[in-house]
Design a protein around this ligand. Structure first.
Ligand code: NCD
Length: 320
């Protein structure tokens, strides 16, 4: 049985983008686009999730993802409870699932979960009551589906919906990155023309993963003519001490400076999921420069999460 779909094929949870079709991705992105608003404008709100309660359970640090999931749920009229999982009963040995079952008795309708262990999100999803939905907010190095969607939405806004025409370069610690995995799934399902993976050997994913990606050892080769340059943070927390590259050396070989960015197309956009290590994977002048769409990514995070919450928790009746 599919781990995230109902019997009728609709999405009951969002754990991964791996089985989403292009039509489903397009529908989610179009739905999200309706919730995008200009900075300074009053954000769109409705009562689509009126009476529902969502719990945020994060066992890894998060700023943007947690806040934007919370804002998304509130702007759709849901009540949101943030649970400090490290501080509460999980630290005393209670499993994530026991916590969830306790909360189910308190009439929660959905759980947003970030966890450092692969499989926990899917395990919870497989064991919650039938009316409850689970949303991944980042699973170990494995996936980060709403980030993949907001990255796709950001590309679409700046480069149009014809992904076939685009060359996207993902640069940096791809090996340990859930952001890269979900972005890869979204971009390939949307039909991207060319997808490049640019990383030093130790940060390149194992052979066989990212099968549609062309591998490049240096940004000098990998950035040439790219439309989109997606930089990644070095995931020190997922590496042994000896594997962590020296920041200055890394910047010299792989960091995105203004000079390196000139290898890409003149109208290329620069993305980064944040948090950024300025001066390690990206120069401040580029992160804050005219080609950067990093703030758009953050803004799009709320819109995408509104679309996901609404699609999953308020499915339209399926016509026979
Ligand atoms: C990312 C994450 O947690 O996976 N952050 C985010 O959600 N925007 C990327 C990272 O931590 O490097």
């Amino acid at each position: 049985m599919n781990k995230q779909r109902r019997g009728d094929g609709s999405l009951r949870h969002l754990i991964t983008l791996e089985d989403l079709t292009r039509a489903e991705l397009d529908a989610l992105l179009e739905h999200a686009q309706r919730y995008v608003c200009a900075s300074g404008a009053r954000p769109p709100m409705n009562r689509a999730l009126d009476g529902m309660t969502i719990g945020n359970l994060f066992t890894e640090p998060s700023t943007r993802t947690r806040v934007s999931f919370e804002l998304a749920a509130r702007r759709l009229g849901a009540e949101v409870i943030n649970l400090e999982v490290q501080l509460s009963s999980r630290a005393k040995g209670e499993t994530m699932l026991d916590t969830i079952h306790t909360l189910e008795s308190l009439h929660f309708d959905g759980f947003v979960i970030r966890d450092s262990e692969p499989g926990v999100v899917a395990h919870v999803a497989a064991n919650v009551a039938a009316h409850v939905s689970v949303f991944s907010a980042g699973e170990a190095h494995v996936s980060h589906p709403t980030q993949g969607l907001l990255d796709a939405l950001t590309v679409r806004q700046h480069k149009g919906a014809r992904f076939e025409a685009l060359c996207i370069a993902i640069v940096g610690d791809i090996r340990h990155s859930r952001v890269a995995r979900s972005a890869y799934e979204a971009f390939t399902a949307l039909g991207v023309g060319e997808l490049r993976l640019v990383a030093p050997p130790g940060l390149m994913p194992e052979a066989g993963l990212f099968p549609a990606g062309r591998r490049y050892a240096t940004p000098e080769q990998g950035l040439m003519g790219a439309d989109v340059v997606m930089m990644l943070r070095i995931q020190k927390e997922r590496m042994a001490q000896a594997e962590i590259p020296d920041g200055d050396q890394y910047f010299a070989r792989y960091g995105l400076s203004a000079a390196r960015l000139r290898l890409a197309r003149p109208d290329a956009i620069v993305m980064h999921p944040q948090p950024m290590n300025r001066g390690v994977e990206i120069d401040s002048a580029v992160a804050d420069g005219p080609q950067s769409v990093i703030r758009d990514q953050v803004r799009n995070g709320v819109a995408v999460r509104m679309a996901v919450l609404e699609t999953v928790l308020r499915p339209r009746p399926v016509r026979a």
